[in-house]
Design a protein around this ligand. Structure first.
Ligand SMILES: Cc1cc2nc3c(=O)[nH]c(=O)nc-3n(C[C@H](O)[C@H](O)[C@H](O)COP(=O)(O)OP(=O)(O)OC[C@H]3O[C@@H](n4cnc5c(N)ncnc54)[C@H](O)[C@@H]3O)c2cc1C
Length: 429
């Protein structure tokens, strides 16, 4: 009987599942609707330069992503590793020294510029309290409620930017428990886990392309430009668009694409309702190409009271001198703002950091309306195995510790591969 597995979707989750199955000697066929690998973290070909659909930051806590990158031989230079640093120019600066944990964090907080001593002491006490509670809450709440007793400056400069960067959800709506999971695995873990990892190559080349190559050299197939429209049960497993004999299948599409694929399985009606209740958060990325001499003081800066929350210097990360990328997270206003107006607002924000800035040569705005699910308290997220034996789910929205991130997607893919293997084992009993 065939042991071949069908995987629908070649984002980070589907590719992680494919690599993990290939590693264990199980061949996969991956079907991807787009002509580009990577899903919501992919390269976008510009007229002059290769861009990404959005700037992505990884962290030293992305254990599974880093393991997979190593396994598939992803370029070692694809990530720039920097000690945790957070800078609002002229207002706040925090940098973790290269000291062992937890001294690196205590020292970063205590030496931060822009916080009063009482703010620093409150931030250190908060982390100590959370560590004592093992970063577990008795019941989930919002990040704003969790931080209610923190001083205003600690919230504004430290906790709220971290919340928005990690959960892409405003603190007043974001899950405190998921926020604490992120703090536990990054700030409160070993020093290297708190490092920022900035891609230096396009997102498709970072992991998806080497992953696809690994899968193909291990007997698998990756088909681009192939939108799956139908999955059927057969006597021996599943058929994809009425073709193929697959023992099992992994659906690694984003949640909004799931209902169209599972409509033929009445036992999955509850799953359709569950993902149908998700709310989405957008991310807008504005690229401004200045003359090559333009440079930010750091590869990444935070913006206070701006339209953008972060500015990135692609010259310092990607060798694209003069190209500044501004990221606007979780804001529903900017996704509907006219491109010209948005570019003007962002240009003014870059101008506040770089004196005598020339006008941009060109601009490009990429809006991802469904960048991530809103990571709200007590959100009910689906499990990996479904009610249909042999049909599994992977994606950043699957139940787990993490918000919608590359690491969440990769972990879900690895779990899906394990779920496939468990199913083979239980079929043999
Ligand atoms: C602008 C932006 C910025 C972000 N910033 C960060 C960040 O800084 N750090 C971070 O860790 N995460 C970030 N994220 C989140 C991260 O990109 C996602 O969590 C992750 O990429 C999701 O991967 P996935 O595989 O679960 O889903 P997806 O990437 O959505 O993959 C699903 C794939 O399925 C394919 N597909 C759908 N339907 C079909 C079908 N019927 N047939 C065949 N194929 C199909 C899609 O084309 C897609 O390629 C960001 C996301 C965006 C959009």
């Amino acid at each position: 009987m065939s042991r071949r597995i069908a995987i629908v979707g070649a984002g980070f989750a589907g590719l992680a599942a494919g690599v993990e199955l290939a590693r264990q000697g199980i061949a996969v066929d991956i079907f991807e609707a787009s002509r580009t690998l990577g899903g919501r973290a992919r390269k976008v070909d510009g007229d002059e330069l290769v861009l990404d659909n959005g700037v992505h930051i990884l962290s030293g806590a992305y254990r599974e992503t880093l393991r997979l990158m190593h396994l598939v031989g992803a370029p070692r230079t694809g990530l720039l590793r920097l000690p945790l640093a957070l800078e609002f120019p002229g207002e706040f600066r925090l940098q973790a020294p290269r000291l062992p944990a937890p001294l690196h964090l205590a020292s970063a907080l205590l030496t931060a510029r822009g916080l009063a001593w009482s703010d620093k002491a409150a931030a250190v006490a908060f982390m100590r309290r959370m560590r004592q509670a093992r970063f577990r809450l008795d019941s989930d709440t919002t990040v704003s409620t969790l931080l209610a007793s923190q001083p205003e400056a600690a919230r504004r400069f430290l906790w709220e930017p971290l919340c928005l960067a990690a959960l892409n959800t405003l603190p007043e709506r974001a899950s405190a428990q998921v926020f604490l999971n992120v703090l536990r695995d990054s700030l409160a873990a070993k020093r290297a886990a708190s490092d920022l990892l900035l891609p230096t190559i396009d997102l498709s080349s970072l992991l998806p392309i080497p992953a696809a190559r690994y899968i193909e050299t291990h007997g698998g197939r990756v088909e681009l430009g192939r939108r799956v429209t139908r999955i059927q049960r057969t006597p021996t497993g599943f058929a994809i668009d009425e073709q193929g004999a697959y023992a099992q299948a992994v659906l690694a599409v984003a949640p909004q694409h799931l209902p169209a694929l599972i409509g033929e399985f009445p036992e999955l009606a509850a799953l359709t309702r569950q993902v149908g209740s998700f709310v989405w958060e957008p991310i807008v990325t504005c690229y401004l190409a200045y003359p090559e001499t333009v440079r930010l003081p750091q590869p990444m800066l935070a913006v206070l009271r701006g339209t953008a929350q972060w500015l990135f210097d692609r010259g310092q990360t990607h060798g694209q001198a003069g190209l500044i990328a501004a990221v606007i997270s979780a804001s529903r206003r900017q996704q509907d703002t006219a491109a010209e107006d948005l570019a003007r607002e962002i240009d003014a924000e870059v101008r506040a950091v770089v004196p005598s800035l020339p006008t941009p040569r060109w601009q490009r705005i990429i809006t991802e309306r469904r960048a991530t699910f809103a990571c709200t308290p007590n959100l009910s997220r689906p499990q990996t195995p479904t009610a249909v034996p042999g049909l599994h789910l992977a994606g950043d929205y699957i139940a787990g510790d993490y918000p919608a991130t590359i690491e969440g997607a990769v972990r879900s893919g690895t779990f899906a591969a394990q779920s496939v293997i468990d199913q083979f084992a239980s079929d043999q009993v």
